[in-house]
Design a protein around this ligand. Structure first.
Ligand code: IPE
Ligand code: IPE
Ligand code: MG
Length: 248
């Protein structure tokens, strides 16, 4: 049976108590969090950035080895210039503040997306963070910044074509192997905060069999309790990967 290979090991493998192996999060609702407090949107993004550490620690306590956070989409470039600049600056500050601490906690940082459109100093700071933490074997944290699922698939197909692939060579395995982070297993659980129930171009290829969990909680308010609820909900869900349910 080769089917399960494509979607990672059966749920629960290698992680305690049937917890997901890879949790991916769309951190949405910063703007509304700020508006509720009559603050500028950027204050919401700041609170949201500070919340990442809280949620990561909660996920670590569950023994989850892979975490992906969606911080900036390819579509987010279309926001007002001041907001885009603010988000880029916040990423720079977060890297400066957190990378060493993450390294000390044995976290390996990976970047998901493109670095070519980022300011050079930020691309270099990301590169330095990846380099510093590349031998760590604790939690793997994938940071989605300038990430788009459609762009990732287009990039993979372009690479295949550039390598002269024939139609027969355009296979699921060939495309999978050309995703940005082919060594990272597909997400078992995708959490989206902020109440909207959509993917917004997140991990389109990898989400084929992910469990989706939506919560109205705005990202800066999503803490330990929110993580526990999401993981509990995941544990209760039977995953079938298209197969018939187990005979009873
Ligand atoms: C998520 O919060 C952060 C990014 C998309 C960068 P939003 O800024 O989308 O917050 P809402 O959805 O407007 O509340
Ligand atoms: C998704 O949120 C992207 C990130 C959280 C980085 P958006 O706020 O950009 O998504 P839409 O516009 O509501 O679909
Ligand atoms: Mg939003």
């Amino acid at each position: 049976m080769g089917g399960l290979d494509a979607t990672g090991p059966p749920p629960g493998a290698e992680v305690p108590n049937g917890a997901p192996r890879h949790v991916a999060i769309t951190m949405d609702g910063n703007g509304r969090w700020a508006r509720e407090r009559s603050l500028p949107r950027l204050a919401g993004h700041r609170a949201g950035t500070e919340n990442i550490r809280v949620v990561l620690e909660a996920l670590e306590r569950h023994g989850i080895p892979y975490v992906t956070i969606y911080a900036f989409s390819t579509e987010n470039w279309g926001r007002p210039e001041a907001e885009v600049e603010g988000l880029i600056q916040l990423l720079g500050e977060a890297l400066e503040r957190e990378v060493r601490a993450l390294h000390e906690r044995n976290v390996r940082i990976l970047h998901l997306g493109s670095r070519s459109r980022l300011p050079a100093h930020l691309a270099e700071a990301i590169e330095a963070g990846l380099e510093l933490t590349k031998r760590n074997d604790g939690l793997t944290l994938c940071v989605g910044f300038d990430y788009g699922g459609r762009r990732e698939i287009v990039d993979a197909v372009r690479e295949l074509m550039a390598q002269g692939a024939t139609p027969d060579e355009v296979t699921e395995d060939a495309i999978r192997g050309r995703m940005y982070l082919p060594e990272v297993p597909e997400p078992d659980l995708i959490i989206r905060t902020g109440g909207d129930q959509r993917l917004s171009n997140f991990l389109l290829w990898q989400a084929a069999y992910s469990e989706l969990y939506f919560t109205p909680t705005l990202w800066p308010d999503f803490g330990q309790e929110g993580v526990d609820e999401a993981i509990d909900a995941y544990r209760r869900r039977p995953r079938r990967f298209g197969k018939a349910p187990d005979a009873d």
